[in-house]
Design a protein around this ligand. Sequence first.
Ligand SMILES: [Zn+2]
Length: 265
Amino acid sequence: MNRRLRHYVCGSTSHDLAAMFRGAPRERRRFPSGVFLYDGENGRRVLFDTGYATGEWRTGWRGSVYRRLLPPRVDDEDDVAARLREDGVDPASVTHVVLSHLHPDHVGGVRRFPGATFVVSEGMLRTLATPTLRSGVLTGLLPEWFGDAAVRVLCDDEFSSREVGGVEIFAVDLFGDDQYLLVDLPGHADGHLGALVDGRVLLAGDAAWGSDLLPKAQRLRAVPRAVQFDADAYLRTARTVSLLADAGVNVVCSHDPLRERDLLD
Ligand SMILES: [Zn+2]
C-alpha cells in the first residue's frame, strides 16, 4: 500500500486573536479540529486524534464551563467515523489511535474505535487519574470501555534524543522503522505528543493554535498562558517546532486550516 497521510476536519471552535495574543488585531478566527490518518506498511492505519464528539455531551459542570470558553461547532457530519466513511475508509480498519492529549476537541471520537490500540503518554494517564477543570479533561467524553482498551503507554523515559535537520527532539519510534515517531512536545498538556510522519510532516497537535501562530507564542496573554500545563515548556516547544519548520519539516498544527487533504504528496 502506498504511504498516505490524510487530513479531516471534525468540528471547529472560534476565538478572537486579540484576546489570545498581545498586539494581535481583533479577528475572530475559526479553528478547525484536525484528524490525521496515516496508511503505513503492513496494513497499519494510524489515526492522530479524533476530533470533537457529536451529539449530546454528558460532561457535567466542567463541560458547561469548557463550552462557554471554547464553544464547539460540531454537526453530525463532523463525526470522525462519518468523515472516514465519506472518504472510503472503514473506521474498523484503523489499527492505532494516537492521542496528542486528552482535551475534548481531540478525544471526542475515541468511542468510534473500540478495536484499535490507543497510543498515549504516561502524562496523559496522570491527567486521567486526577482530572481537574484546569487540565481540561472531560472524562464523560471517553467511552466506558476506554479503561479496558488495548493501550500502548509511552513512558517518560522511553523518549530518546535524536536530530532532525540539526534540531534535537525526543521521540519514540512507534514501529521501529522511522516512519512514525511520537515526539515529546511538552507544555500544552501533561505528556502532550506530536508525530513526525515519514520524517517529513510534523503533526504538532496543540504546540500552537496554528503553525503561523508559533512565532506569536511569546506574546500569549495571561489567561491562555495560564491554561497551559507548563507555560515555560510551551514556549520552549514553540521554539523547537519553529526550528523544525525552518529546517524544512512541514509543520501542521491540529487547528490549522489546511486546503489539501493529502499531506505526503
Ligand atoms: Zn488542547
